[in-house]
Design a protein around this ligand. Structure first.
Ligand SMILES: Nc1ncnc2c1ncn2[C@@H]1O[C@H](COP(=O)(O)OP(=O)(O)O)[C@@H](O)[C@H]1O
Ligand SMILES: [Mg+2]
Length: 211
């Protein structure tokens, strides 16, 4: 939390003042969040590419989200046997994954609860790409919406959302020479992320035999 705000909070004496500070805190958080998103739209913001173990990184994010559940969605993570190394900017990629997971959570919160809300995450290798898939059962996206989900500021969630999540996700993916696709068939939504594998990881090493 903002330090100044913390200091002011200590001085606050009444519940009404605390409530006001809570809402200042919320506004500030939203503004910071928006700023971060807008910053990530700036091409000149430097990318810090590093070799990443994709399975490890996604697993870490999932573990974090399991500890602090924002909605009662069950996250299921399945990894393949391959070690998938990609060159990526970790904080940006995490933003992509978080945006997708948040969307599934939002949908689970608002959707009909016929089934237990689930998000299945899978990682596997397909040719020269590492493929990460997110599949939720929270209702799906009707066709007339589906064609617009990557548009900036397209949102069906009203005031508090900005409709930038998938727009930014696509931008970040394309700057990693990767791809994002969203398909839906009621009640499922599947988001697929393809990232090129790190060159060294795709080169196969010949088997050695002892003399
Ligand atoms: N998993 C999902 N299930 C249902 N609808 C989705 C899902 N992901 C995205 N959408 C739809 O796509 C729209 C755009 O998503 P996004 O760009 O992340 O913006 P926001 O989340 O701010 O609305 C959402 O408002 C929603 O209608
Ligand atoms: Mg979103």
């Amino acid at each position: 939390m903002n330090l100044t705000l913390q200091a002011v909070r200590r001085l606050a004496k009444t519940p009404a003042m605390h409530a006001l500070l809570d809402s200042v805190d919320r506004d500030l958080r939203q503004a910071t969040d928006l700023l971060e998103e807008l910053k990530s739209l700036n091409r000149r913001e430097t990318y810090r590419l590093q070799r990443l173990d994709l399975v490890h990184e996604v697993k870490q994010l999932v573990e974090q989200l399991r500890i602090v559940p924002r909605s009662p969605i069950f996250i299921d993570f399945t990894e393949g046997n391959d070690k998938l190394v990609v060159a990526g900017d970790l904080s940006r990629l995490r933003r992509v994954w978080q945006n997708i997971i948040r969307n599934a959570m939002d949908a689970a919160e608002t959707g009909k609860k016929e089934e237990r809300p689930r998000l299945m995450i899978t990682v596997k290798r397909t040719g020269k790409f590492a493929r990460l898939q997110f599949r939720d059962n929270a209702g799906g996206i009707p066709r007339q919406r589906l064609v617009r989900v990557f548009e900036p500021f397209f949102t069906t969630k009203g005031e508090k959302n900005r409709g930038l999540g998938l727009f930014i996700a696509r931008k970040i993916m394309s700057e990693h020479h990767g791809k994002i696709r969203v398909v839906s068939r009621k009640p499922f939504t599947r988001v697929t992320l393809d990232l090129p594998l790190h060159a060294a990881a795709t080169r196969s090493t010949p088997e050695r035999t002892a003399p």
